[in-house]
Design a protein around this ligand. Structure first.
Ligand code: NAD
Length: 353
């Protein structure tokens, strides 16, 4: 398996280095033959190449079996004409990575204020309120006058149907329950279309129970009784927001792993951003990106019919669970280890198992 590794900004290089340590260990233990190609995106790329991301990376990504993308400082990237492109958008849009899969669960060894839960947010990734990816040309945000601005939210039947199918297929392998999250009471046409397409797909999965919640009420239900959810299918921005909440509810945003998957390509990417407030201090939790890579190994194994990759992914999940129970973790989840030593301890645990 060949992976393109792009560390990104802020805490990106620190959590990516720890992730590489773990990937190398799991490759040795399961004889995966992982080959890692390293390159740069974000500020490091802007400095050297004059752009935060370059077209060659797309060719490299297409030639790889997956991409590992660290968080980037997207808030800093304001002007595409100056090479300030959002790398996350660049890969999601150009590789058509339409499904952002973001699992969150509580861990037996890590107390939280919430009832134990195990859910997955399945977020549409290629349209919605993301102005930088929902137009064929131009941008969905428009400055009409200095005092008037408009943001366009694109919703298509095709994108709703394919994200619904990704969610129902996942639920069929898990708890057989899908919750559709929307705002169709106000966004009657767009979220009405989302619900309509999801329900058509639901009819193909008679064994999967389906219900729906309005997004604002969903926030209350998530806090009150997260255990009632299995797979949550939703549009782009709602899924982005909700999954940060569920990651933090599981113990820390630093546990928020995620994969961006399309038909032919996939990219591991932590749910969180570049966390400039803690960058360079060796305290960021690397588990988010490590768990994202486990999702990528699992995706590859299922697609290629190679169970050893699924076994490797499960081994990473188990090792993370054990590390959380024994306290070999970063301060955000109650430990005293640094980012680097957390990665080293996890790698040692994987090799010893
Ligand atoms: P953030 O997600 O980077 O951080 C939010 C909070 O969570 C901060 O307190 C941070 O310290 C903490 N946190 C995040 N990751 C952590 C980890 N691994 N371990 C421990 N604590 C962690 O959000 P922000 O500060 O609003 O954004 C910073 C930058 O990241 C902005 O430029 C934003 O646009 C960008 N961003 C990028 C992505 C991406 O690359 N996919 C996603 C979201 C935000």
């Amino acid at each position: 398996m060949r992976l393109l590794v792009l560390p990104g900004d802020g805490i990106g290089p620190e959590i990516t280095a720890a992730t590489v340590t773990v990937l190398e260990a799991v490759s040795r233990r399961f004889e995966l033959g992982l080959v890692l190609d390293h390159d740069v995106v974000g500020h490091a790329s802007l400095k050297v190449h004059g752009a935060t991301v370059r077209p060659e990376l797309l060719d490299m990504a297409r030639a790889s079996d997956g991409v590992v993308l660290g968080p980037t400082a997207t808030f800093d990237f304001k002007d595409e004409a100056k090479g300030e492109i959002n790398p996350s958008m660049f890969f999601r849009k150009n590789l058509d990575l339409f499904a952002n899969i973001r699992p969150s669960r509580t861990y037996p060894g890590l107390p939280t204020r919430f009832n134990p839960f195990d859910l997955v947010v399945v977020r549409e990734n290629t349209e919605g309120f993301y102005a930088d990816r929902n137009m064929a040309q131009g941008n969905g945000e428009i400055l009409v006058t200095d005092d008037v601005s408009i943001a366009l939210r694109r919703i298509t039947r095709q994108c709703c149907a394919r994200i619904a199918r990704a969610g129902f297929e996942l639920a069929a392998r898990r708890g057989k329950h899908v919750t559709l999250v929307h705002k169709a009471n106000v966004l009657k046409i767009t979220d009405g279309m989302f619900l309509e397409e999801c329900r058509k797909v639901a009819a193909e999965f008679p064994d999967v129970k389906v219900d729906d919640l309005i997004v604002d009420a969903m926030m209350a239900h998530a806090i009150r009784a997260p255990e009632r959810f299995d797979v949550i299918v939703t549009t782009n921005m709602f899924g982005d927001i909700l999954s940060d909440l569920t990651a933090e509810m599981s113990g820390s945003l630093g546990l928020g792993g995620s994969i961006n998957a399309g038909t032919d390509h996939a990219m591991a990417q932590a749910s969180h951003g570049s966390a400039p407030d803690i960058a360079g201090r060796d305290i960021a939790n690397p588990f988010s990106l490590i768990l994202s890579c486990a999702l990528l190994l699992d995706w590859h194994g299922r697609r290629k019919g190679l169970p050893v990759f699924e076994a490797a992914a499960n081994a990473i999940d188990t090792a993370v669970e054990q590390a959380l129970a024994t306290g070999e973790v970063t301060p955000d989840v109650g430990g005293k280890l640094g980012t680097r030593t957390t990665g080293e301890a996890l790698a040692a645990r994987l090799l010893a198992a």
